[in-house]
Design a protein around this ligand. Structure first.
Ligand SMILES: [Zn+2]
Length: 281
């Protein structure tokens, strides 16, 4: 980790709400919510004024319970969902001067295909289950403009080897793979265009513990080898502890605590974080 460098990815004031709001909840300073929800108008404030930096080669963990807004945040960053307000700047895109959320849908597709990779908890969202594994990888490369078939095959084999899937299985469809292997194919696909940023959303949730450990180990290894920056979302502080240099804690759509992961584990400040840390012991 090198925090002296300029951030690679800057998020400022990102908010996402579902609903129009009403007099009771529209004042940002004094919203009067029940968790992240306005009982008067039923608006849900999933992400409220989220700001953070991601540095080159850093693994930043975001931990929070279901409903904390962490997955909505990831969806917004990958343009799976539109933000309500806020900005995001990527230093490799137009020198970090343009708010990604204000780009055209064509530009957003380009950013998504060339500059980011995402791995979903549910592989159905990240893979075409009835395409071959190498076909899934090729799809992302084609989306980024690659046309050379032998090059795609070579890159695809290289990636499958990197994620420990035997090359002789490259023509097999992910639907016939185990959960752990499906996540490995997703990781290979996400890395296909050598993006500077990888978004990982609960990638090991639901896997057996031993499989979970081997996927996390793979991610750790790849991160060191490639020096890629990772944003890692999990409800499981154990997962965050294993991979993250720095951690943000989210509760009810807000960041309630942040710091070096070791520091948060040793000396959690917020009552919710203390409870999370307790549950690890
Ligand atoms: Zn309201």
């Amino acid at each position: 980790m090198n925090t002296i460098d300029e951030p690679i990815f800057k998020i400022r004031g990102l908010s996402k709400q579902f609903g129009e709001g009403c007099p009771r909840c529209s004042d940002k300073q004094n919203r009067n919510l029940d968790k992240n929800y306005c009982p008067a108008c039923r608006t849900v404030y999933s992400c409220q004024d989220i700001s953070f930096d991601l540095h080159p080669g850093e693994v930043l963990g975001i931990v929070g319970e279901s409903g904390s807004g962490k997955s909505t945040l990831m969806k917004c960053l990958y343009f799976d969902q539109e933000v309500t307000t806020g900005s995001a700047f990527l230093h490799v895109y137009k020198n970090g001067t343009c708010n990604l959320f204000e780009q055209s849908s064509q530009q957003k597709r380009q950013i998504r295909n060339e500059l980011m990779g995402k791995v979903y908890q549910n592989p159905i969202f990240g893979l075409r289950m009835n395409f071959s594994s190498i076909g899934n990888i090729a799809e992302k490369m084609i989306a980024a403009g690659t046309r050379n078939v032998s090059m795609m095959e070579a890159r695809g084999s290289e990636l499958l080897t990197q994620v420990h899937i035997p090359v002789y299985r490259m023509k097999e469809e992910p639907q016939h793979f185990s959960g752990g292997m499906q996540q490995r194919v997703q990781i290979a696909k996400a890395l296909s265009n050598k993006p500077p940023i990888l978004l990982l959303d609960e990638v090991t949730t639901g896997l057996d513990l031993s499989v979970q450990a081997s996927v996390l180990d793979l991610i750790k290894h790849l991160q060191r080898e490639l020096g890629i920056s990772i944003l890692l979302v999990s409800h499981d502080l154990g997962v965050i502890r294993m991979l993250s240099d720095r951690t943000l804690v989210m509760l009810d759509g807000q960041i309630i605590e942040q710091g070096l992961t070791d520091q948060i584990l040793e000396d959690p400040q917020h009552a919710y974080t203390q409870q999370l840390v307790q549950s690890l012991l």
